[in-house]
Design a protein around this ligand. Structure first.
Ligand code: RRO
Length: 297
């Protein structure tokens, strides 16, 4: 499926995802009110990936409820992405989205790196736990997951998986972009994007080893903790082989961010075909047989 972010903000973009071979439709992270986001230029890409500081441009959660009703989750699952600009605001949106019955699942984004002055909740472990305590109090008949920041320290994987195992989280999506990277243009000796003096989230090929490691680290800890939290892998998936690597690492499903931004909806078809070929050659009858099957040496 698509990752929340590129090409999923307007109704027209969501229709195109519905018409593609994406297995689900994921919306841009939504807030209480529409936002135009950060000033441009706010996105740039090179051969290895992208930097963005979009700043959460979206049409407001009410629009996504309306769009989701029109898109009809019975014909293709719709995952509503919700941003946590502020705890109370998030809970209001989550509540209204559940009540609307428009979505198949909700993905709560606790990892946007691009709001000036607003730290990522995924890196504030006490704050994250407090957020999940509040979330536990919301009754939901649809799966609720968290979109996580990438982690880089083994102890952080231990801490975050223990927190998640204590609460009602059905899935995690890992990873969001690597926050606060910097691209430089030596023709002008300048930063390339405008917001935050050029700092932004890094996606694409730069992100794959980090995304794979995060999926693997959570998969093995969830197994030890005997939790049944599913994992959606995202970060640098351009081919069926990339998707297969994420599945070996432990992903139940994968999302496409920068590659979907660059190549449009045809990429879902390409990846599905390539992934099926790999699974056929390996002798799997179902892709799910490969989940977590990574060997160590
Ligand atoms: O809109 C953005 O700037 C943005 C978001 Br909400 C996010 O979660 N991750 C990202 O790389 N950009």
């Amino acid at each position: 499926m698509n990752a929340s972010g590129p090409r999923c903000t307007t109704f027209e973009e969501l229709i195109r995802i519905k018409q593609s071979a994406s297995s689900a439709i994921v919306t841009k992270s939504s807030t209480l009110h529409p936002r135009s986001g950060n000033p441009s230029p706010r996105y740039y890409e090179d051969v290895l990936g992208s930097i963005n500081s979009m700043g959460l441009p979206n049409e407001g959660y009410r629009s996504y409820i309306e769009y989701a009703h029109l898109l009809d989750k019975r014909t293709k699952p719709i995952i509503g992405s919700i941003s946590s600009m502020d705890g109370d605001e998030s809970f209001e949106i989550i509540h209204k989205c559940i009540e609307s019955k428009a979505f198949s699942a909700l993905e709560i984004n606790v990892s946007c790196p691009n709001i000036p002055g607003k730290p990522q909740l995924a890196y504030d472990f006490d704050g994250l736990e407090q957020f999940l305590i509040m979330l536990d109090q919301i009754s939901s008949d649809i799966p609720i997951g968290l979109k996580l920041s990438p982690y880089f320290d083994m102890v952080h994987f231990d801490i975050v998986s223990a927190i998640l195992a204590r609460h009602r989280i059905d899935f995690i999506t890992c990873v969001n972009s690597i926050g606060n990277g910097l691209f430089i243009d030596t023709a002008t000796d300048s930063v390339i994007i405008k917001p935050k003096n050029g700092f932004g989230g890094i996606g694409g090929k730069y992100l794959k080893p980090t995304g794979l490691a995060n999926v693997r680290a959570f998969y093995s800890r969830f197994h030890k903790l005997r939790t049944s939290i599913d994992i959606i892998g995202v970060g640098g998936i351009y081919t069926g082989k990339d998707a297969y690597e994420y599945i070996l690492a432990g992903a139940n499903a994968v999302q496409l961010g920068t590659s979907f931004m660059q190549q449009g909806g045809d990429i879902f078809n390409t990846i599905n075909t390539e992934l099926m070929d790999i699974c056929y050659t390996k002798g799997y009858t179902m892709v799910s047989e490969a989940i977590g099957a990574l060997k160590t040496i």
